[in-house]
Design a protein around this ligand. Structure first.
Ligand code: AMP
Ligand code: MG
Length: 531
């Protein structure tokens, strides 16, 4: 790993906490605190993403070396690394929570890569930091497996996300009450090395703004622009109100695009607190996230949110906009007037509606979005999919197999084709079958208007409708095996989820709908924030 070079822009350009002892405190006028990761008793590498590792500059030999495992568990720093935890705040479930910060994430430095620019390596679960509050700084194996697998699954689905380089056991154990129900148990600890060009969150700007630390706020905004939005400067080093606004507008557009993707594949983030919103519009902080099995806009995997359902599947765009509003408030001192910020917020709503319509048109196999009549088709489809338990992922894959000359006089033909996507195909009511038949009539007329052959349509649809997603029960199965010391299912899922749009007939079983036993099982349909 001698060839790796680090250029630690974040710590070189931004003010550090002057205190270097590792104890919990309020950290003011600083963007981060220097902190060492905790040494661990028995670091063991469980999984790595070889192609990504290569892009970052790690050779095959590097990955096999014990030094790699030591570095990826916080037991050793490479030359050029300097470890630190970031300071940020955030709104949690709609309430301002004040200072949060990297309570168990420790950044190692910014790797300079040949093709991916600067990439910050960050260890999640590497021990206490000044931001750990009353918690232990550790991450358990189950939540680390979920983060490792899902960030890579998202990447291969074409969705902006932080990446995962490695998953290691640390050798430590902690006690966790997994479902907050009094059943605490000892669990193994793990460390994921996650990677992004920036780990700045909306909350990174909110915290200094909330404290009136304007100098720090401006430094952070300038740093973000110089590091990750340099095109906005167009060669000049002069900052202006217009550039700050363009930056905010781009964050808004990226956030919008990310959420449209989530809706496309049936991903529910679960904890869209402003400290979990990346300034790059990347999916970040995989906690109690989930994938909708049966299409349900009201579903949330997060038990902490089961009542209010603030972060439900269908509410994610609205929450994205709410979060952007908090960011707008934070950067107001740089802009000095509300109107242009409000304009960006209105653009978000418009942009989301347009992008969602375009996305839905592609899911249905249309050449493009044709306006109101298409919108009506989407809305009536969503209603039908919600009426009875329908597997979203399987539905769209099967929809692509529909012949252009489908018999729409009765429900027989489409029901035979689509039966595998219903959780109770035998109990469908007559009125429902009639309603869906008339929907298919309109759908077919719309397809005929485009004039694509079934093959052409299927080819396009299968590039936006994945066959394989990280179904909640699949992750849970891999976790249960791993907790017995068998990591094979992690590797298997890694492999399958690398090609989510391909048929991969040898892995049919991984594309099946949620089995009955998983319907109400902890980890499969509901998760807590315990991690
Ligand atoms: P999250 O819900 O994972 O986004 O975490 C919210 C805040 O709690 C962040 O500041 C985390 O760093 C912190 N946090 C969560 N779990 C732990 C833990 N086990 N130890 C220390 N801090 C934690
Ligand atoms: Mg977080």
């Amino acid at each position: 790993m001698n060839n790796l070079t680090f250029d630690n822009r974040f710590i070189n350009h931004l003010p550090a906490d002057s205190e270097t002892e590792n104890y919990c405190r309020s950290v003011e006028n600083a963007a981060y605190s220097f902190v060492n990761a905790a040494k661990t008793s028995n670091p063991t590498l469980i999984a790595v993403t070889p192609l990504f590792a290569k892009q970052l500059g790690f050779s095959e030999h590097d990955i096999k070396d014990a030094e790699f495992t030591r570095v990826m568990t916080g037991n050793q720093l490479l030359p050029g690394m300097k470890s630190y935890a970031q300071c940020y705040g955030g709104h949690q479930f709609g309430q301002w929570a004040g200072q949060l910060g990297d309570g168990r994430a420790i950044n190692l430095g910014e790797l300079t890569t040949a093709g991916l620019g600067h990439q910050t390596l960050q260890l999640k679960g590497a021990g206490k930091t000044p931001y750990s509050r009353r918690a232990d700084g550790m991450a358990v194996l189950r939540s680390s497996i979920r983060e490792f697998l899902c960030s890579e699954a998202m990447f291969h689905l074409g969705i902006p996300t932080t990446r995962a380089l490695s998953l290691c056991l640390s050798g430590e154990e902690v006690v966790r009450d997994k479902m907050y129900d009094g059943n605490a148990a000892i669990e193994p600890c793990a460390v994921v090395c996650r990677v992004s060009s920036s780990f700045l969150r909306f909350g990174s700007f909110q915290l200094p703004a909330s404290r009136g630390e304007e100098v720090l706020l401006i430094k952070l905004v300038k740093h973000s622009i110089k590091s990750d939005f340099a095109h906005l400067l167009s060669g000049s080093s002069e900052f202006s109100k217009e550039i700050y606004l363009a930056w905010f507008s781009e964050i808004s557009q990226k956030t919008c695009a990310m959420i449209v993707h989530w809706m496309r594949v049936g991903f529910v983030h679960g904890v869209m607190n402003t400290d979990n919103m990346s300034i790059l519009g990347e999916t970040i902080d995989y906690g109690p996230y989930g994938w909708v099995d049966d299409f349900d806009l009201n579903w949330t995997p997060n038990t902490t949110d089961a009542h209010e359902k603030r972060y439900r599947f269908g509410g994610q765009a609205e929450i994205g906009q709410w979060n952007l509003f908090q960011l707008a408030n934070a950067i107001f001192p740089l802009i000095g007037e509300a109107e242009p910020l409000q304009a960006v917020m209105s653009d978000f709503a418009l942009n989301y509606q347009n992008s969602w319509c375009t996305m839905m048109a592609s899911k249905l196999g249309f050449k493009d979005y044709q306006g109101q009549t298409d919108l009506y088709l989407f809305q009536s489809l969503e209603k039908l999919l919600s009426t009875v338990e329908t597997d979203m992922t399987i539905f769209y894959r099967l929809l692509a197999t529909l012949p252009n000359d489908l018999d729409t006089d009765s429900h027989q033909q489409w029901l035979t084709l689509l039966a595998p996507c219903f959780y109770n195909a035998h109990d469908l009511e007559q009125s429902y079958l009639q309603d869906f038949t008339s929907w298919f009539k309109r759908y077919l007329a719309r397809l005929n208007y485009d004039g694509l052959t079934q093959r052409q349509r299927a080819q396009a649809m299968n590039q936006v409708n994945p066959k394989f997603v990280l179904r909640n029960y699949l992750a849970q199965q891999a976790i249960e095996l791993a907790e017995q010391g068998d990591y094979s299912e992690i590797h298997q899922l890694q492999l399958i989820l690398q090609s989510p749009y391909k048929e991969q007939p040898e892995f049919q079983d991984y594309a099946k709908k949620r089995p009955d036993w998983a319907r109400n099982k902890a980890g499969c349909s509901m998760l807590s924030c315990s991690s």
